[in-house]
Design a protein. Structure first.
Length: 354
């Protein structure tokens, strides 16, 4: 995901820039400011800006002053100046502000596209990867496949924590995914606006503090909470028909961190407890209680590997009031005690916290 800001007081010019940027960069989040004051507010609000287009002749503070303010906060942001004035003095004044390029209006689409790709070191393969991820995310939500969604969320988060790469790259892997989820919420409008605001706060949090082990649980619990609101919307909007097994699985995922009973889930699936119990085993090949245990233990394994939570705390977070019972369930599912599992998957610092 690229955060791109357009500072332009001419609506036609601003719309043209927005359209070309959207066509060029698949995963761009575009922010607009029509005055220098609004631009400075955006600079203060956004945790990171990848690229900013600044018209020098905007209402005060002018473009120069906006760039000066930006440079006090960030030396990494790519700055593209746009102006109708072909004035050498302006170009020279830009040099000390570390401007990356200087474009004369009206800017040709081909020139602007080349400038964006060159300045962002843009990779078309990354753009295709982002497009594929977006399609997968949108399809899962629209299909109301909550179980697949939770598995995918943990795949994304765990892959970032497992990767042998620098923290900035790990952070980007997570925020790229979150930004695509935000795009879905934005497209659906006001009904998902509260969840989208929570997601924006999480994105800002990850950008600011990264993906350290001590923050795994915080990120995970926020993701699951936001997912619950997202899939409540998906469930109500679903145009297809969910059979009673699919409805049962949906409500299991929705309440995966709570105490789950057969009676509660059967009521949500609109069938009797006895019928659900028999049919669940017959159709899925696994008993109802074993299915829930498997889903919960999958989360427990991630928490043991990537978080700093103690075993008894993990048990409580998964609604197991008795940590000894949790340990027995975990050993039945994995063949080893939680503390032994942690030692195997995290031979470093957190193994000692079992």
């Amino acid at each position: 995901m690229f955060n791109i800001v357009i500072v332009e007081d001419e609506p036609i010019e601003s719309e043209s820039l927005r359209r070309i940027i959207s066509q060029c960069v698949e995963n761009a989040v575009i922010h607009e400011a029509s005055t220098g004051k609004k631009a400075i507010q955006l600079i203060d609000q956004l945790s990171h800006i990848d690229m900013i287009f600044v018209d020098i002749n905007i209402p005060l503070p002018n473009g120069n002053q906006v760039i000066e303010y930006l440079r006090k906060k960030s030396t990494d942001t790519k700055v593209i100046v746009t102006t109708a004035n072909d004035d050498f003095d302006i170009v020279r004044s830009m040099y000390n502000l570390k401007v990356d390029d200087y474009l004369l209006k009206p800017v040709k689409k081909s020139i602007l596209t080349d400038t964006i790709k060159k300045t962002l070191a843009f990779n078309e393969r990354d753009n295709e990867k982002s497009r594929a991820l977006k399609q997968k995310v949108f399809a899962m939500i629209d299909a109301c496949d909550y179980a697949a969604w939770h598995s995918f969320v943990f795949d994304i988060l765990n892959a970032a924590y497992s990767a042998d790469i620098i923290d900035d790259d790990k952070r980007k892997d997570v925020t790229d995914f979150l930004d695509i989820v935000s795009q879905y919420m934005t497209a659906k409008g006001e009904k998902l606006a509260p969840a989208n605001r929570k997601l924006a706060a999480l994105i800002k949090d990850v950008n600011q503090y990264g993906v350290m082990e001590s923050r795994y649980f915080r990120i995970m619990i926020n993701l699951l909470t936001i997912s619950e609101e997202l899939f409540d919307y998906a469930f109500k909007s679903y145009s297809g028909t969910l059979d009673f097994i699919e409805r049962a699985k949906f409500h299991i995922e929705k309440n995966i961190l709570r105490n789950l009973t057969l009676d509660d889930i059967a009521a949500k699936a609109f069938v009797s407890s006895c019928y659900l119990s028999r049919a669940f085993k017959k159709i899925t090949g696994i008993g109802f209680s074993n299915y829930i245990a498997t889903r919960k233990i999958t989360i427990a394994k991630s928490l043991l590997q990537f978080s700093d939570l103690k075993v008894n705390t993990i048990a409580l977070e998964l609604a197991y009031q008795d940590s000894n019972y949790f340990c027995r369930i975990f050993k039945k599912e994995t063949g080893m005690a939680p503390s032994d599992y942690r030692k195997i998957v995290t031979p470093g610092s957190y193994a000692a916290m079992a």
